[in-house]
Design a protein around this ligand. Structure first.
Ligand code: FE2
Length: 274
């Protein structure tokens, strides 16, 4: 039987050497190593068969590369859109947290101030910017669970908290996590909301966590929360002075981490209150 190439015109036939080199290049292309080597085979001096194969592969490479560039662009666009969506959702939730002020005028602005203090302390502690941002959002959202409080807790009247009311108040970190848990992109922020009333010595709530069991972000928010709570007027007490608040923080620093308390005091002394 006669091989098909035997009937081809001589200028159409490829030498074994050309075919071997072409195969090497095609194998490299198959591995994703694109180079211009293939274009050498499209030039005069090569057989027509080799030129046509090289041109076809060259064209295929151009199309594949163009598609890859387009895909990379699409992935970048999707990532940008996802970030925008997360940012907008976070801002919506923060707006809801702000609405807490409509129920409790005494804590209006508390979330904002705690978020600013927490952000400043996190940055002072040298945390990476991503964590600083998570702690800032956590500071804003930390008390969102208070939205679920009954009206008697928000009452203006001079009331002493009954055991039942204290139990209700102590539930707010868990209610907060329950409200936010569907927003999985919040990641560690959910833990900051959950554990912002835990103490290093295990006397906090809701889980009585100790030491390093409490995430650093929650401990930072806890210091900021405490400072803002005691320095602003509430229905059940008048705000104390900044110096008195520093003394109080130092007194309870065994519960809050002395290192964080000292860094916070330094921060306020340097840059003032919100
Ligand atoms: Fe709280």
């Amino acid at each position: 039987m006669t091989a098909p190439s035997e009937n081809m015109p001589s200028e159409y036939k490829a030498s074994e050497d050309e075919i071997a080199k072409l195969i090497d290049i095609i194998e490299e292309v198959a591995k994703g190593n694109y180079s211009n080597d293939i274009m050498e085979f499209t030039k005069p001096g090569h057989s027509e068969m080799i030129q046509r194969i090289a041109e076809a592969i060259g064209m295929m490479m151009v199309r594949v590369e163009a598609r890859e560039v387009r895909l990379e662009q699409l992935v970048r666009n999707l990532r940008d859109l996802n970030r925008l969506l997360e940012k907008n959702t976070t801002q919506t939730v923060m707006a809801i947290a702000h609405a807490l002020g409509a129920r409790d005028k005494y804590t209006e602005g508390h979330g904002y101030r705690v978020s600013v203090y927490s952000e400043r302390l996190a940055r002072k502690m040298g945390l990476p910017e991503k964590e600083v941002e998570e702690i800032r959002v956590g500071g804003m959202l930390h008390d969102i669970g208070k939205i679920g409080f009954s009206d008697r807790v928000f009452s203006d009247e001079d009331i002493s908290f009954s055991e039942g009311m204290v139990a209700e108040i102590h539930k707010h970190p868990e209610i907060g996590v329950d409200i936010l848990k569907g927003l999985t992109f919040l990641g560690p922020i959910l833990d900051y909301v959950h554990y912002h009333h835990e103490n290093l010595d295990g006397t906090g709530y809701p889980n009585g966590l100790k030491g390093d069991e409490i995430p650093l972000g929650a401990r930072i928010i806890s210091v900021a929360d405490c400072f803002d709570a005691v320095t602003t007027d509430r229905p059940y007490h008048k705000g104390i002075t900044i110096e008195e608040a520093f003394a109080m923080l130092r007194e309870i620093s065994v519960k809050m981490s002395p290192e964080l308390v000292e860094a916070f005091i330094e921060e306020i002394e340097e840059k003032g209150i919100v």
